[in-house]
Design a protein around this ligand. Structure first.
Ligand code: SF4
Length: 694
């Protein structure tokens, strides 16, 4: 048991901090001695996470003090081996190369990508600012395949992405979302809501642990969630279950929506989704009759051919039932009012980012490049070639689609820089590797609205030093100043850059650092739209979207069958008859991270990459539990261990991602992407399974 913050125990000292591995931002207490973390536990006084900590957070001493950490900048020599170089040489190589590419080929030939490996609010904006002053529009983030699609769907519908208020809800709908694994601290609030009597509906192709505890589990055919959402809307309109006052006063496009869903009867939707029609009706009445209710669409819905429009349909469902922007429903939070770092994006109209022609909404609202197309740019010059890529806190080879193609691209690009804390499959291909630091080795802004709907934020303190690495801000700032952009990067120390960010909040870096826990920039107030309107062009919830119509995108949330499916591509399905889903998160790993951490690798005693397969399909294919098999798609093949389960419907297989030795993204696609956002359809592709040595 630890004692109070700042007190010493034996020769150690207790420090409070924030775990930044995922954006649950759990409060933690650390026992620190001689710049080493001895022990870590959840901080019971933290106002949001109240002492919760997951296995990844508990593994912090192993992660931070791992012998595998990258401790020196390294460059690849002529023999293809890495050799250590000084910091001066490393930065001089980067600066020289960026100067050369800009003058010979143009600045847009350089792309910068930041992942989510501890990279949150502070750094990402400065990286984007760097790209702007250098002159490249090709700045991309993990938002190329995570969260942005549903964020954009909600922005065009209700002005911003709502956050479910689980603790005060009467009905919680987890839709392609498994917070037990992907945002475990949220379970505090789901459990609280359940204790107070909330119903739980889980919509998932897999009978997850949460699905087994739910009042209703709808075991849906992968990729058909958009049809189910339209089926619910059909029932709600036909049976007049919507909130008429809200619909009349605060929405546009109800008539057009009604016409769109006319045919989506429970019987038709049952045929598409393979869910019994009675279950569809029962679930619909459950969330309509138990208000306030909220919907949590997960990343699984975005990673479909029709993910954006599916997220739109769910946003509409939440809205017309009168569950938007209220306690117990879905809250629309104010963003943290930080001073803006990103410059005016209009400056880049003459140099469009990669993907802007195909995905104009993605470009218009978040202004960034679509990284899923970078391999085509590098290999085929489509729409123009990239000469250099700087990757910060990300492992694209394991997390971006179509890994075989991406590998070829990264092997052929002129200059690849990777900044990370550990060696990865991507950093092995780099020309230059820069050692990064972990979340408790630097400061970071954390945000309580993302997961909890509370307008609280804070400064996560630096607890220990890692003198062998640089923070992401130091990295980008040093390159910017080295290239002569002192005017745009005037801050000499990171603390000054934080102070700049906090100016519009009216507080200082020191003030936030000394705060015991959180800074309340709210508080949340429900139904702000009654005073300000929704943040859309009409100031109403746009069921028929004017923004989409202006951009030539379908303004209603139409359903389309997955680009690869046994029904849509029958020829292909004759060769690849199984529906493959990949990309789901684990509790013990963070995407591709931490397979090298012993306690996490031992957590479930799963030492090898595996494929989950239903018992019926296993029987048909004559595959036994524990046997080695090949999973193959149009793009590639990997070898795995078969894990036979009753949690999946026949014909569906699940392959976890993130393993170096069996990279699931070898199977995924970067061609048939979501037509609005360019997200990859990782959750519903076609594949086959072959016994090894058959
Ligand atoms: S849920 Fe786990 S990984 Fe995420 S912030 Fe909390 S302790 Fe860290």
């Amino acid at each position: 048991m630890f004692e109070q913050e700042g007190h010493s125990i034996g020769n150690g000292m207790i420090r409070k901090g924030i775990c930044g591995i995922c954006n649950c931002f759990c409060g933690i207490e650390l026992l620190v001695k001689d710049n080493r973390i001895i022990q870590v536990k959840g901080d019971r006084d933290h106002p949001l996470t109240k002492g919760f900590i997951c296995p990844k957070g508990r593994a912090m001493p192993e992660i931070v003090h791992s012998k595998d950490r990258i401790r020196r900048p390294m460059k690849k020599n002529a023999q293809g081996n890495f050799e250590e170089v000084s910091w001066e040489e490393a930065f001089s190589i980067i600066i020289g190369k960026l100067e050369e590419i800009k003058s010979r080929f143009g600045p847009e030939k350089v792309a910068v990508h930041t992942g989510q490996a501890g990279v949150f609010m502070q750094f990402t904006s400065y990286a984007e600012r760097f790209c702007q002053v250098y002159g490249t529009p090709n700045f991309s983030t993990a938002g190329s395949h995570c969260n942005t699609s549903k964020e954009l769907a909600n922005i065009v519908t209700v002005g911003s992405l709502p956050v479910p208020d689980y603790a005060n809800s009467k009905c919680i709908v987890l839709w392609g979302y498994n917070p037990q694994y992907s945002a475990p601290a949220q379970m505090l609030y789901i459990n609280e809501g359940r204790r107070k009597g909330a119903k739980l509906i889980v919509i998932d192709p897999k009978a997850t642990k949460l699905a087994k505890r739910a009042d209703i589990h709808l075991q849906i055919r992968p990729g058909t969630d958009g049809a189910l959402a339209l089926g619910f809307i059909h029932l709600i309109i036909k049976e007049k279950l919507y909130d008429p006052e809200f619909v009349n006063n605060w929405t546009i496009g109800f008539h057009e929506l009604s016409k769109l869903v006319e045919d989506y009867t429970p019987e038709k939707v049952s045929e598409i989704t393979e869910i019994p029609s009675d279950d569809i009706i029962e679930a619909c009445y459950m969330f309509v009759e138990n208000k306030p209710s909220n919907f949590s669409p997960g990343i699984a819905l975005e990673l479909q051919s029709n993910g954006f429009q599916t997220a739109r349909a769910i946003s509409i469902l939440q809205t017309i039932t009168g569950n938007i922007d209220l306690i117990g429903g879905a809250r629309l939070n104010k963003p943290i009012p930080l001073s803006e770092v990103v410059l005016d994006r209009e400056n880049f109209l003459d140099r469009k980012p990669i993907g802007s022609d195909k995905y104009p909404l993605f470009h218009k609202i978040n202004g960034r490049a679509q990284a899923n197309l970078f391999s085509d740019a590098i290999l085929y010059g489509d729409p123009y070639p990239l000469k250099a890529l700087i990757v910060i806190g990300s492992n694209p080879l394991l997390t971006w689609p179509n890994a075989n193609k991406l590998r070829k691209a990264l092997e052929s690009i002129d200059f690849l820089v990777v900044m990370d804390t550990f060696m990865t499959e991507t950093s092995k291909l780099a020309d230059l590797i820069i050692p990064g630091v972990n979340y408790i080795e630097r400061y970071e802004i954390w945000n309580g609205s993302i997961r909890y709907g509370e307008e609280l934020m804070g400064l996560s303190p630096k607890i220990i030093d890692f003198p062998n690495g640089v923070t992401e801000w130091e990295f980008i700032s040093k390159i910017a100043r080295g290239l002569g952009y002192e005017k745009e990067f005037p801050w000499l120390k990171e603390e000054e850059a934080f102070d700049y960010r906090f100016q519009s909040l009216g507080v200082s870096f020191d003030y936030l650092l000394k705060m015991e826990h959180a800074y309340d920039y709210g508080p949340y107030k429900e139904k702000r739209y009654e005073e300000e309107g929704f943040n859309t062009p009409s100031k109403k919830a746009e069921l028929y979207s004017s923004i989409l119509e202006d951009l030539g995108i379908e303004p209603l949330p139409k359903y389309i069958e997955p680009a690869e499916s046994p029904r849509n591509t029958k020829e292909l399905a004759r060769v690849y008859p199984l529906v493959l889903s990949t990309g789901a998160r684990n509790l013990e790993y963070y995407h591709a991270r931490f397979r090298n951490i012993e306690s996490l690798r031992n957590f479930k005693k799963e030492f090898e990459p595996f494929v989950e397969i239903s018992s019926e399909t296993a029987k048909e294919e004559d595959i036994k539990d524990g046997e080695r098999v090949i999973v193959e798609s149009l793009r590639g093949r990997i070898e795995l261990v078969a894990k036979v389960t009753s949690d999946l419907n026949p014909g569906t297989i699940y392959v976890p991602h993130g393993w170096d030795e069996a990279n699931a993204n070898v199977l995924t696609d970067n061609i048939d992407l979501d037509p609005v956002t360019g997200f990859p359809p990782d959750r519903s592709l076609l594949a086959r399974i072959i016994k090894v040595n058959k």
